[in-house]
Design a protein around this ligand. Structure first.
Ligand code: FAD
Length: 602
């Protein structure tokens, strides 16, 4: 249920007006504190998605934890708010639904998401029926949501207050003095400076990155992408972009528009996301090597840009420009951090730490991951457990995961208009995401040192997974240099691909420690078979190698020549064709297969 009842909204008002909710007056100009005299166990600076969910997670796992959230915004957030972060992927959805028990709220106050949906083939941007469409025909077995961030954050504030978390709105954190004996945090409210002391300080100030700036933790990421987005107070339903009934009927009515719909083209993608109350979020995300930022950095320019690259979409959206609600841009949005967690009792979460790319919506995934690591450290520390080793392991794991994930995006925008490559990339990226991070996260694997030790050991699952993924992403890039085909006129149901359906259906399944390890081992085996089959097909196309060649997905590189590939295919680690995976990948493969020299078959 939605939390903003009449009574709750009255209490919300109190929070915005004064400190009436806080249990004691806030100290002015507090001096350094002895650990046992700190006002709070945890002060969280920033009450956006990351800060509020962390507060709830901490309170859930340790009810005695004294938490203060300081949020600069004075008022409750407006609906269809200023923020992006509307589409949830499975890991983020699991975090909100299952870890924080917000399932009922998401079901009744937000929209159920109809998965991700891609319209490839930009050559046919004037006729949606000719574009290759990839998505499901049914709701994904593991539910996810499209969230109105204003609505969600307001609900989280109410939920937090109800659980005894203290929240001050209109409180801008101005500085923090870090000391393991007790951090001293200063903030301004109504032009008056206040100070509080806390054992832990967590920065969740988003791109303001208060702590990162103070500690010089900023780290650049070699991924430079720009975005512009706007909201319309109108429902945009892709079903009605064509009168072609057989195209429409590929999916039951009223479902397509609930997906995160992507229009893909060289160097860009456009999102269309539905929000509650029939509003729609639309965004352009583009690599400046293909589309200069100043070609779409105002609403007028965005509409002109759409007319050029996505003319059908532009013609539909133009009818609703009088319902424009907001327009925002963000330049070069990706960045990294040198550190995320410290045993000196500080941490950064959400965009105060790092951000990669909105494709596949990993923003809330990383919030779930970060908050889970932070909540575990704080819990253990408050229970007097030594957290030195854990803080190092968690920090290292976060960096490994984040930097491995970056390979999905780096230099990839040039491939977004190449249909067959994108079909294989989508299969691969989804399979990897569902097979390993989702399974580990929903089974607390990332905070289990025994699991992490095995995972991160020199030839452990994590290492092999990273190598496999790097090799595949390199394969897509190399393939892109030689790709000349146009493929069109297909509608593909992702759950016809059996291995994808299986991996999706297993999200959220519970395993004990031994089962978890064997599950991610067996999922890695499956990924090896998928990568070997994709390799086989691409190598056949690029190097004329046999379509049934054995493939060692770790050792064989697509950049090798035919002689080298055939030699490596005889190695012990080379995998034979797996018939069921061959059929799965075949369902998304439309390029010609070279059966023998000069003989092509479909
Ligand atoms: C173009 C784009 C599209 C995206 N799309 C998606 C998507 O579809 N799905 C998804 O999951 N993620 C998406 N993201 C990422 C998503 O926006 C972020 O993951 C998420 O908003 C980060 O939440 P946060 O709480 O860290 O930061 P914010 O939401 O920015 O919250 C930070 C809070 O801190 C407060 N604050 C700042 N400074 C101070 C201060 N000094 N004192 C007190 N308070 C302060 C702010 O007022 C704010 O409320 C997208 C990002 C981009 C750039």
């Amino acid at each position: 249920m939605c939390f903003i009842t009449k009574q709750a909204s009255y209490r919300y008002l109190l929070v915005t007006q004064d400190f009436l909710i806080t249990s004691k007056p806030l100290n002015q100009n507090t001096n350094m504190f002895n650990e046992n005299q700190a006002d709070y166990d945890v002060v969280i600076s920033g009450g956006g998605l990351a800060g509020l969910t962390l507060a709830l997670q901490l309170k859930k796992s340790f009810s005695a934890c004294r938490i203060l959230v300081l949020e600069k915004r004075k008022e409750p957030a407006p609906a269809a708010t200023h923020k992006v972060g509307e589409s949830l992927s499975e890991l983020g959805a699991y975090y909100l639904r299952e870890v924080l028990d917000l399932k009922d709220n998401l079901v009744s106050c937000q929209l159920r998401k109809f998965g991700f949906r891609f319209f490839l083939t930009p050559e046919h941007s004037e006729d949606i029926t000719r574009r290759v469409e990839v998505g499901s025909k049914i709701f994904n077995p593991f539910p996810s949501h499209q969230v109105d961030r204003g609505k969600l954050e307001n609900d989280l504030v109410i939920a937090a207050i109800d659980k005894g978390i203290e929240i001050v709105l209109g409180a801008k954190v101005t500085s923090v003095d870090l000391s393991k004996k007790g951090h001293h945090i200063r903030f301004e409210k109504n032009n008056v400076e206040h100070g509080v002391a806390a054992k832990w300080f967590v920065d969740a100030t988003g791109r303001n990155s208060l702590l990162k700036r103070k500690l010089n933790l900023e780290k650049e990421l070699d991924h430079n992408i720009n975005s512009a987005w706007f909201r319309l107070d109108a429902k945009i339903d892709i079903d009605f972009w064509s009168d072609n009934i057989s195209w429409r009927n590929f999916v039951a009515p009223n479902l397509r528009h609930l997906a995160t719909n992507h229009l893909m083209g060289e160097g860009y993608w456009v999102w269309i996301i539905p929000l509650v109350d029939d509003r729609t979020s639309i965004g352009i995300v583009a690599d400046p090597r293909y589309h200069a930022f100043d070609t779409f950095n105002s609403f007028e320019k965005s509409m002109n840009w759409l007319k050029t690259y996505e003319p059908l979409a532009a013609s539909i959206l133009e009818k609703h420009t009088d319902k424009l609600m907001d327009f925002k841009v963000m330049k070069n949005f990706a960045y990294d951090s040198k550190q995320f967690y410290s045993s000196d009792r500080w941490a950064v979460t959400g965009e105060a730490g790092a951000f990669l790319d909105p494709l596949y919506s990993p923003g809330s995934d990383f919030i779930g991951l970060s908050n889970t690591w932070i909540a575990d450290l704080i819990n253990r520390d408050l229970k007097k457990e030594d957290i030195n080793l854990r803080s190092l392991v968690y920090d290292h794991s976060h960096k490994q995961l984040f930097r491995g994930w970056a390979a999905l995006y780096r230099d990839m925008y040039g491939l977004f208009g190449k249909t067959q490559i994108m079909l294989m990339k989508i299969i691969w990226d989804w399979a990897t995401y569902w097979a390993i991070p989702n399974v580990l996260f929903s089974n607390k694997g990332y905070i289990n040192l025994d699991v992490m030790k095995l995972y991160s050991s020199p030839n452990g699952i994590g290492h092999r997974f990273a190598t496999l993924n790097q090799n595949m992403q390199q394969l897509f890039l190399f393939w892109g240099q030689h790709y000349k085909e146009t493929i069109s006129d297909h509608q593909l149901n992702v759950f016809d691909v059996g291995c994808l359906k299986q991996l999706q259906s297993e999200i959220g399944h519970k395993y004990d420690q031994d089962e978890l390890i064997s599950k991610i081992e067996s999922n890695l085996d499956l990924l090896q078979l998928i990568s070997a089959e994709i390799f086989r097909k691409v190598s056949n196309q690029l190097h004329d190698t046999p379509v049934d060649m054995n493939v060692d997905p770790y050792e064989m590189k697509i950049t090798y020549d035919k002689i080298e590939l055939l030699k490596k295919s005889k190695s012990i680690g080379a995998l034979m064709v797996d018939e069921s995976i061959r059929m799965d990948i075949g369902k998304m493969w439309f390029s010609k297969i070279k059966k023998q020299e000069n003989e092509f078959v479909q």
